[in-house]
Design a protein. Structure first.
Length: 243
């Protein structure tokens, strides 16, 4: 699973169009706007002297793993170095470790899915189904509803499951379907992903928008529904049954 953190002025406020676009981007790319979860709702990071207004347009966009390692975050309102306020964040770096799981090497050729025959599709379906049903989904992880979970066992099992899943789909594809012989240019075409995730993504996206429209409350039914329907957790729970 990738580990990344982008922090900058996105010019994406909590009430403007760009804010909604940033939220959509993060939902579609399994990213998290970490400052939304770690600082108060009345936060501001920018002061306009010309209009005498404040806005929250500087953000920390992170991967799931990096977000889990964040301990706290604070806007340093008293630190005036520009019209943007500085933000301090503490990260527990030992959470960003690498796990020793076996990952399939990139293949030298790629699959042209437009040229796949009906027989090859059928073979791929059965092989991927068989491989995916062999995956063991940890019970504790699939039932964990804590979006900010820092349990090291949960984090490690989630990382390992992701690697096993992608390797299984790739193994089934290259076993059942003839490749074109073209260079893959480092991009892995993982078949079956959208068919599993798409419907769950729409549910999670709707729940996230409802939560955002209700002032991003930290408690209550809407908050619980938003955290419960996070795309990655739903994906893990549904994968063995849906594939």
């Amino acid at each position: 699973m990738p580990k990344y953190l982008f922090c900058r002025n996105f010019n994406a406020g909590t009430t403007n169009t760009f804010g909604g676009l940033l939220e959509d981007f993060c939902m579609e790319n399994d990213s998290i706007i970490s400052d939304y979860a770690l600082v108060p709702q009345d936060t501001f990071t920018y002061i306009s002297d010309a209009h005498n207004t404040t806005s929250w347009i500087d953000h920390f966009v992170s991967s799931f793993t990096v977000h889990q390692a964040m301990l706290n975050m604070e806007v340093l309102t008293e630190c005036i170095i520009s019209d943007h306020r500085a933000v301090a964040v503490s990260i527990q770096c030992y959470h960003l470790r690498e796990f020793d799981y076996e990952v399939m090497e990139p293949q030298p050729s790629r699959i042209d899915w437009l040229k796949v025959t009906a027989q090859e599709r059928d073979d791929y379906y059965h092989k991927s189904k068989n491989l995916l049903h062999q995956l063991q989904v940890p019970t504790e992880v699939s039932h964990c509803q804590n979006f900010n979970c820092t349990d090291e066992k949960h984090l490690e099992e989630t990382e390992n499951l992701y690697a096993e899943l992608t390797s299984a789909l790739l193994a089934a594809a290259y076993s059942a379907i003839k490749t074109t012989g073209k260079k893959n240019e480092g991009k892995l075409n993982i078949p079956g992903w959208n068919s599993v995730v798409k419907s769950k993504h729409q549910i999670a996206k709707a729940a996230f928008r409802q939560w955002a429209n209700c002032n991003r409350r930290k408690t209550g039914d809407i908050h619980r529904n938003m955290t419960k329907t996070k795309i990655f957790q739903i994906f893990i729970a549904a994968m063995p049954q849906k594939c």
